[in-house]
Design a protein around this ligand. Structure first.
Ligand code: B4P
Length: 195
């Protein structure tokens, strides 16, 4: 890519679709910096900041945390890592507000390479999240929160994913198979011959 701007891949998909799992692999194989929006928000919540209880309540309800909170955390992290890197932004964007606030604070200062979408049915995601919930201690890995997270995904995220598809920016990977099989499909998208 002929630009000095940092390169960004947005990574989207339903809760439990394998975003974080595959980002770990992409980071190892292709040298990207991996920023998980969920992890950034959990870190802020656990820091005991004045936003902690608000963030915790919203996440447990499966809703989206106000983007103004998230974007500050994201921008700070990108600046600390260094603006000359390649970034995977995992769990972003999840709705139109995410996009609008991103455009306001970051926008043209980076190049969006593509939007990677992990597509998988709800039943598979539900099973994965409940299994993770046995050990994760996450306040949102339980049956009631999962149902709400699916609703938020359908109402907020699906419309913007469809729009990226229309714009030709979307790279869709079915992630219902094993982690290894899914990563084999992901690898193809990150090989230079695709660009
Ligand atoms: P996240 O932390 O992003 O939660 P997630 O959707 O469950 O994804 P995660 O990456 O953790 O899980 P993965 O699918 O890899 O977000 C949590 C909350 O934070 C949101 O609900 C929201 O409140 C807030 N938030 C986050 N981003 C936001 C934003 N942009 N704007 C506003 N609010 C935001 O993996 C799940 C499980 O499946 C794992 O146990 C994994 O091992 C397993 N798994 C993955 N792939 C598998 C495979 N192929 N086979 C078998 N198991 C697999």
């Amino acid at each position: 890519m002929n630009s000095n701007k940092p390169e960004v891949v947005f990574v989207v998909g339903g809760p439990g679709s394998g975003k974080g799992t595959q980002c770990d692999n992409i980071k190892k194989h292709f040298g990207y910096e991996h920023l998980s929006t969920g992890d950034l928000l959990r870190k802020e919540r656990d820091s005991g900041s004045k936003l902690a209880s608000q963030i915790n309540q919203i996440m447990t309800e499966g809703k989206l945390v106000p983007t103004e909170i998230l974007i500050k955390l994201l921008k700070k992290e990108m600046e600390e890592i260094g603006w000359n890197k390649k970034f995977l932004i995992d769990g972003f964007p999840r709705g139109q507000e995410n996009i609008d606030v991103w455009n306001k604070y970051i926008g043209d200062s980076v190049t969006i390479k593509f939007v990677l979408f992990f597509d998988v049915d709800e039943e598979t995601m539900r099973k994965r999240l409940l299994k993770r919930g046995e050990t994760s201690g996450r306040s949102d890995d339980n049956e009631a929160s999962i149902i709400k997270r699916f609703k938020t995904f359908q109402s907020e995220s699906v419309p913007i994913i469809k729009n990226y598809e229309k714009l030709g920016k979307l790279r869709k990977v079915n992630s219902s198979a094993s982690i290894e099989e899914t990563f084999n499909k992901v690898k193809v998208l990150f090989t230079p011959s695709k660009f």
